[in-house]
Design a protein around this ligand. Structure first.
Ligand code: DP6
Length: 372
């Protein structure tokens, strides 16, 4: 698919025919097993990636709209986060929506209000761009269907939502599917693309369908280097070419692991991926570190626990100090006791969130709307 295939100058409305309305979606976060790190062009990934979709960590977004009398050149939008008008988020969202004008020229003809909030604590230091951008993208595709006509089928709906999510934040394109999702061209995966993610839930071995992800909050502070800046530093990273080749190979490997339910290999690739991600940050110029001493304490303590008990529990890391523990449902009681007794002391205020693989986004009934 070409990046301009969704461009459609015909998607404009006749203002008098649009009555005010609202749409609401809940969309989850996801945790990458093989990491996207490095991009080019218009938000295209340098390598393929694969993630598990989470359940509890999600964003709820309501998109309210009414016809604008004087459609100006830009997009009229206000974003309220947790009930308060947020100028910084409003600005970022306006820029995002203006980039979508070739796809959705009607956005200029509406006054938009976005009300968004996360289901997890605001100060948890958890990245919300994946859940946030995908929730908004889903609202936009629903709005297209309401103002024009339904997309041919549900697969087309989610593919377009994934495409629009990607333009907002790369990892967000994987959040529109439950279970697991793959982003990037992968040889043996039909339909896979760098433009949007594709679902992988149907191929997921049962053991992974109920997998747990306990998020250990080593720090609740916002990270010091944005993902955007981190991706940028990959351009000069001397290991970049080898890394992109490795990640593509590991994505293929991980898909086989996820199909077959191979826990040993899963742990080996997943842990190595997260440490490779942080090694890339440390070997960038300028170099930076996002892991903290307690991140390493958790990793060491976890590996000791695994050695002693033989339990197949492993860790992964995002672009930050927090640790995600991934494990099958069958050992949940033991792992959760271990987290409480031995790992939570390494967390800020002993904070950790129990999450698991989820079913993907859900359309909700909008609450009372106030319009744009
Ligand atoms: C480390 O998707 O946050 O979480 O595209 O600039 O918004 P942008 O970056 P973002 O990068 C996430 C990187 C990661 C790995 C991953 O989720 O694959």
């Amino acid at each position: 698919m070409a990046s301009t295939d969704y461009h459609n100058a015909a998607l404009t409305v006749i203002s008098d025919e649009v009555s005010p309305g609202a749409l609401r979606w809940r969309s989850p976060s996801n945790i990458a097993l093989v990491k996207y790190w490095g991009k080019h062009g218009d938000q295209l990934p340098q390598n393929a990636s694969v993630s598990l979709t989470l359940d509890g960590a999600a964003t709820d977004t309501t998109l309210s709209y009414l016809a604008r009398r004087d459609s100006g050149s830009g997009v009229a939008v206000e974003l309220y986060f947790a009930g308060e008008l947020n100028p910084a988020f409003t600005d970022r969202t306006r820029k995002y929506l203006e980039r979508l004008l070739p796809v959705y020229p009607f956005l200029r003809q509406l006054a938009l209000r976005i009300d968004t909030d996360n289901t997890f604590p605001h100060s948890a230091g958890i990245a919300s761009s994946a859940s946030g951008m995908s929730a908004l993208a889903l609202c936009l595709v629903s709005l297209e269907e309401r103002l024009f006509k339904p997309l041919p089928d549900r697969a087309s709906f989610f593919r377009k939502a994934s495409y629009l999510s990607r333009l907002g934040s790369g990892s967000a394109c994987r959040s529109v599917y439950g279970g697991a999702a793959v982003w990037g061209k992968v040889g043996d995966l039909a339909g896979s693309s760098a433009e949007y993610a594709v679902p992988f839930a149907d191929e997921l071995h049962p053991v992974f369908q109920t997998y747990h992800d306990d998020i250990l909050l080593v720090s609740k502070t916002e990270k010091s280097v944005s993902s955007r800046a981190g991706h940028g530093l990959m351009e000069q990273n001397p290991y970049a070419p080898a890394r992109y080749e490795q990640a593509d190979r590991r994505t293929r490997e991980m898909l086989a692991i996820l199909r077959r339910g191979e826990l040993e290999k899963f742990m080996q690739v997943t842990e190595s991926e997260s440490l490779t991600l942080h090694a890339l940050m440390m070997s960038s110029q300028p170099s930076y570190t996002l892991i903290e001493p307690n991140t390493l304490h958790i990793i060491t303590t976890l590996r000791q626990f695994r050695k002693e008990t033989g339990h197949p529990v492993c860790f992964t890391l995002d672009a930050g100090p927090n640790v995600h523990l991934l494990y099958p449902d069958g050992i949940a009681t033991e792992v959760q006791r271990f987290v409480r007794d031995h790992l939570s002391p390494f967390c800020e205020d002993r904070a950790h969130l129990a999450d698991r693989v989820g079913n993907g986004p859900e359309q909700l009934v909008p609450q009372e709307t106030t319009g744009g």
